[in-house]
Design a protein around this ligand. Structure first.
Ligand code: PHE
Length: 449
């Protein structure tokens, strides 16, 4: 990420940074458990439709607003429509990123802890691991600290250089694991669950979960891609870059499912195990494998780095707002925001068995989310807030700033986009706002709020 207002030096660098934010635990941890909870293949079909018809066009909208204004989301909205209520979309993004970071950091802490669990060939029960408050809070603290140090020192570009090398390695391991998992006896039932859709399983809740996951996984709805867009030089073809980012992100999620579901059925585990799912399945897979301790440790190192490039971008949202708009000192504000996030995340860290109150929190109806505090945060911020934020920002870009202006911005550097511009305008002006609105309405109806 850029510290002062600079520009990405190359299209590749920009794609890597945006993909670094998008690719993370959302693909490898959240996606499989949400698929498992929502009945499998039918959800996957919905998710892919949403990525292509809503996520990708909406991502273009965030990029275009950012590049045209050269500002973060709040600043960009202010520049287009000074002093109006539309700023709320920017503020929602700030609140949402804090909310997401708080529970995401807990899971990132598990990921980090599993590096050592793998090396030690520690096969103790996962339930006991996450129900230990000291381990939970300790790992969570370490991960938030690492994120804060990176954002504080502005060494993000160094991390990005490393991810350029390491993320392809993660991809290779994933491909190897797909082959291994699908050779296990009993795995084909998992493939069926994952790939043969049964559309009778689709409910309003499934539809929102698929939409929320599409936004979450692509890091959309927070205005983060507005900020990223503000660093894109005019010469870069945003359209093709966004296609690459969205497709890579979806492909990695799909691949994670190709490991998890076959392995899970071969091991007789339950697909609806909630947030713990991949932490139950992956270690068992590594345990059976020759050299599994090393492969496992390496896998969790890479996953931690993927998580770190996402948490960095999440922390950057409130920090860059406070630095740019409020003229606060970056070096101080980073620590304050991080401390605030850390406190908000404590109930999530304690919600996996260590404190009964948070484990059975259940503020949101059970028909929408499991009762533990972490799952409920993931639903409120990772699905609802994100989706509502995206709706407001989409309407702002399409109708207040204007879809024509946005399309013109996207055409700069991208002759190909001109062909798609009419379709894109229809999507961004009508299809996306209407579909998202109807889905949100349905959720309020079934939740009885
Ligand atoms: N997209 C990230 C992931 O899938 C999570 C994230 C969401 C990051 C929103 C930034 C903003 O892991």
């Amino acid at each position: 990420m850029q510290d002062e207002r600079g520009l990405w030096s190359s299209k590749f660098g920009f794609i890597m940074a945006a993909a670094g934010s998008a690719i993370g635990l959302g693909n490898i941890w959240r996606y499989p458990y949400i698929v498992g909870e929502n009945g499998g293949a039918a959800f996957v079909v919905l998710y892919l439709i949403f990525v292509l018809l809503i996520g990708l066009p909406y991502m273009l909208a965030e990029f275009s607003l950012g590049r045209a204004t050269q500002l973060n989301a709040v600043g960009a909205i202010d520049k287009v429509k000074p002093g109006t209520k539309w700023r709320i979309a920017g503020f929602m993004g700030i609140i949402t990123s804090i909310g997401i970071l708080s529970f995401y950091g807990v899971i990132a802490g598990w990921t980090f802890g599993f590096i050592f669990k793998s090396i030690a060939a520690d096969t103790s029960d996962f339930g006991a691991f996450i129900a230990n408050p000291l381990i939970e809070i300790g790992l969570y603290a370490v991960f938030i600290l690492m994120t804060t140090l990176i954002v504080y020192k502005g060494v993000a570009s160094g991390i990005e250089k490393w991810s350029k090398i390491l993320m392809p390695v993660l991809l290779l391991i994933i491909i190897g694991l797909i082959i291994y998992a699908n050779l296990l006896p009993g795995s084909s039932a998992g493939l069926e669950f994952y790939l043969l859709p049964d559309f009778s399983k689709i409910t309003f809740k499934t539809v929102l979960a698929a939409l929320g996951q599409a936004f979450f996984s692509l890091s959309l709805g927070l205005g983060l891609m507005v900020t990223f867009g503000s660093y894109i030089p005019k010469s870069i073809d945003i359209f093709s870059a966004a296609i690459i980012i969205a497709l890579t992100d979806a492909a990695i999620a799909i691949m994670a499912g190709l490991i998890i579901f076959p392995a899970l059925f071969a091991m007789g585990e339950n697909p609806a195990s909630g947030p713990a799912l991949v932490f139950i399945v992956f270690p068992q897979l590594f345990m059976q494998m020759p050299g599994g301790a090393i492969v496992g440790a390496f896998f969790f190192v890479l996953l931690s780095i993927a998580a770190l490039t996402s948490t960095m971008s999440l922390l950057e949202v409130p920090v860059s707002y406070l630095v740019d708009q409020k003229n606060l000192k970056r070096s101080k504000i980073v620590w304050l925001v991080a401390a605030f996030v850390f406190i908000i995340g404590l109930p999530s860290a304690l919600s996996q068995g260590s404190v009964d109150f948070f484990t059975n929190f259940g503020l949101i109806p059970l028909s929408l989310s499991p009762p533990d505090f972490l799952s409920q945060m993931s639903f409120i911020f990772g699905d609802m807030f994100l989706t509502i934020g995206a709706l407001i920002l989409c309407i702002f870009i399409a109708w207040v700033w204007g879809a024509d202006k946005a399309a013109r911005e996207l055409e700069i550097g991208s002759p190909l986009f001109a062909k798609f511009a009419p379709l894109w305008k229809i999507l961004i002006k009508f299809v996306i706002p209407i579909v998202v609105f109807v889905i949100l309405l349905g959720i309020f109806k079934i939740s009885g709020v």
